[in-house]
Design a protein around this ligand. Structure first.
Ligand SMILES: [Zn+2]
Length: 250
């Protein structure tokens, strides 16, 4: 596939082998603004105005340095900002499979899309086809299974909404680069179902403890799970359909 290099200085060394891919939306106006932000070695607020910051913020207020390995534009153009071997700075405070700071083991892909701040635009098919092709290459290079592809909202469910409920996870699953719940029957009596769901969420990867009580971490994980697998109803309620979907991925 044709990849355009737009090197970012924002990276450092990994301490863990690559075993995860985190998908994001950029949540900005357009591809060039996002690439400018992701390659800026000293970003300040005045250079990136938008709904994500207060209007009275000082123009020279420093912003966090961020990056990703790839940016995929709406037309399917793929930009490489950081080499896969290096640690890019995209996931922030995060956890998956019981381990924090997933940037050490993840490849980050920023998909150009305005997201929730810009009315949740559709992801054009050319863009999704490019994401699928990019993921196929990554999965082959690093021997990753389809369950290793997750969203930013999966690894940081208390803070993040991306890639958002418009992102076509089903298309990715149909192309073999993500999972989708298989039809499964409920397998436990009703009295244990909160603890059981917590165990399933944790096995899937979410940072959830099996307390038997519907706590904030569990609710956030359920919202993230529904955003990905039941995007028409995202309420964090552990209803029968959600329980069936959970049984279908674990
Ligand atoms: Zn993100």
């Amino acid at each position: 596939m044709n990849i355009i290099d737009r090197p970012s200085p924002n990276f450092d060394a990994r301490t863990r082998p690559i075993d995860l891919v985190v998908l994001h939306y950029t949540g900005m106006q357009d591809a060039e603004t996002a690439i400018a932000r992701l390659t800026d070695p000293a970003p300040v607020a005045g250079r990136f105005p938008g709904p994500w910051q207060a209007e009275d913020v000082a123009p020279d207020a420093p912003l966090g340095k961020v990056s990703a390995h790839y940016v995929v534009a709406e037309d399917g153009a793929v930009y490489r900002l950081v080499a896969e071997e290096h640690r890019a700075w995209h996931a922030g405070a995060s956890s998956w499979d019981g381990e924090g700071d997933v940037n050490h083991r993840a490849i980050g892909i920023e998909i150009v899309n305005g997201g929730h701040d810009f009315g949740l635009p559709e992801f054009p098919d050319a863009q999704i086809q490019a994401v699928i092709a990019l993921l196929r290459g990554i999965m082959e290079r690093w021997s990753l299974g389809r369950a290793r592809i997750v969203g930013h909202s999966d690894v940081a469910p208390e803070r993040k909404l991306d890639p958002g409920e418009r992102f076509p996870w089903k298309k990715l699953a149909d192309a073999g680069v993500s999972i989708w719940p298989q039809g499964a029957a409920l397998d436990l009596p009703d009295d244990d179902y909160v603890a059981h769901a917590q165990q399933q969420l944790a096995v899937f990867g979410y940072d959830v403890q099996a307390t038997g009580v519907m706590d904030a971490a569990t609710k956030n994980a359920l919202v993230a799970f529904q955003r990905r697998f039941r995007p028409h109803q995202i309420d964090g309620v552990l209803d029968e359909e959600t329980r069936k979907l959970l049984a279908g991925v674990t």
